[in-house]
Structures are given as structure tokens and as C-alpha cells.
Ligand binder design. Structure first.
Ligand code: GTP
Ligand code: MG
Length: 195
């Protein structure tokens, strides 16, 4: 798949604000600061369409990017940032779970992980929760440029084992590694389950 157009559509909290054109959606979920927004920018070759920051917790709403006028990449707010107060963490859970529960146009969930970090309790419950949704889940390890080839190989194996996954995809928003493979997967998912 080639991306020939990308536009920011809406920043939403409530379901009433989500796009209503019925296009299929691919949602990215992961810890705060893991690199979700950077991944979207790399995929669409725009430096700053999706807002990124070295300050965790930058994306607090659900941001929809319409790609090729054919589907949406959905940037969900990051979880697990320790400095966020409990009340706000609950609000996050509400916003994200509401999106997942009611979104009939959701075709796949992309879980974005940092390969340097062992999956923890939060990841465990995220995967258990996603298993109940009946949509394909794709796991992407981003910031791969930060690891040597050897270490990345070992970390990929360890994370697959830990989470019981058949496959994880290596990605880097800095170098563009993994972009072609990722877009191929998305393309296949969209073809298998058109809106
Ligand atoms: P929230 O919006 O807080 O949930 O964060 P996010 O997951 O959207 O992360 P974001 O894309 O804002 O990236 C966080 C930081 O990591 C930024 O400083 C990015 O420049 C950096 N970063 C993201 N992806 C990569 C990558 O592949 N390689 C390297 N070296 N840095 C990256
Ligand atoms: Mg973000």
C-alpha cells in the first residue's frame, strides 16, 4: 500500500465526536511516550501531523487521521505514565474503553511496545482485554534503532514468549524500518474485512 494522502480529521473524547463516515479504522495503543504519534508521522511521511513530544502524556484525546480517503489511523492517548493523577488515569481508561467497546468500524488494534522494556501487568491486562474484542491485534516494537541487531533479536524473542505471540514487528520511526511490512499487514487486514 502506498499512502498518497493523510489528513488530521478530529480530536475526540466523546463518541459523538468520532468520524461518522463509516471508514474502517486501525487504532494504535501503547504506553505514554512509547512512540505512537511518531509512528503515524513516519507512516504518512509527515514530520509533525501527529503531535509528538518528549513529555509523556502529550496525546490525551483520540486523534483520527484519514488516510487515502479509505481508512483512519487512530492515535489513542498513552497509558501508564506514573505522574498522571489517578483521576486522570481513570478518565483515560474511560475514553479508551468506550472507543474499543462501541466501534464497529474498528478493524485492527496495533499495540505499540518498547523492545527495551519487559511487558508488565499493564500490558498483560491490555492483551487480555483486547482478546475479547474479536479484532486482529498487531504488536509493533518501535524505537528499534536504539538496539543493536543482536539485542533486538533477543528482545523480540523474549517479548513474544512473555506475551504468547506468534509474531511481533520491528519498527523505527527514526529510520523507517518496518514501515513497508507494517503497511502490507494493514492492507491485508483492510482487504480481508472491508467496511
Ligand atoms: P503519548 O502521546 O504521550 O502517548 O506518546 P507517544 O506514544 O505518541 O510518543 P511520541 O510519538 O510523542 O514519542 C515520544 C518520544 O520518543 C519523542 O521524543 C520521539 O521523538 C521519540 N521517538 C518516537 N519514536 C522513536 C523511534 O522510532 N526512534 C527514536 N530514536 N525515538 C523515537
Ligand atoms: Mg502521542
Amino acid at each position: 500500500m502506498k499512502i498518497h494522502s493523510a489528513e488530521f480529521t478530529v480530536s475526540a473524547v466523546a463518541a459523538a465526536q468520532y468520524p461518522s463516515d463509516g471508514l474502517p479504522e486501525i487504532a494504535l495503543v501503547g504506553r505514554s511516550n512509547v512512540g505512537k504519534s511518531s509512528m503515524i508521522n513516519r507512516l504518512i511521511n509527515r514530520r509533525n501531523l501527529a503531535k509528538t513530544s518528549s513529555t509523556p502524556g502529550k496525546t490525551r484525546t483520540i486523534n483520527f487521521y484519514r488516510i487515502n480517503n479509505a481508512f483512519y489511523l487512530v492515535d489513542l492517548p498513552g497509558y501508564g505514565y506514573a505522574k498522571v493523577p489517578v483521576s486522570e488515569r481513570r478518565a483515560w481508561k474511560g475514553v479508551v474503553e468506550r472507543y474499543f467497546r462501541n466501534r464497529r468500524t474498528l478493524k485492527a488494534v496495533v499495540v505499540v511496545l518498547d523492545p527495551r522494556r519487559d511487558p508488565g501487568e499493564l500490558e498483560g491486562s491490555l492483551y487480555r482485554w483486547l482478546a475479547g474484542l474479536e479484532v486482529p491485534v498487531l504488536t509493533v516494537l518501535t524505537k528499534c534503532d536504539k538496539l543493536s541487531a543482536n539485542r533486538l533479536f533477543n528482545r523480540m524473542a523474549a517479548i513474544k514468549k512473555e506475551l504468547g505471540l506468534d509474531e511481533v514487528l520491528a519498527f523505527s520511526s527514526l529510520t523507517g524500518r518496518g514501515k513497508v511490512d507494517f503497511l502490507k499487514k494493514i492492507d491485508n487486514i483492510l482487504k480481508a474485512d472491508p467496511a
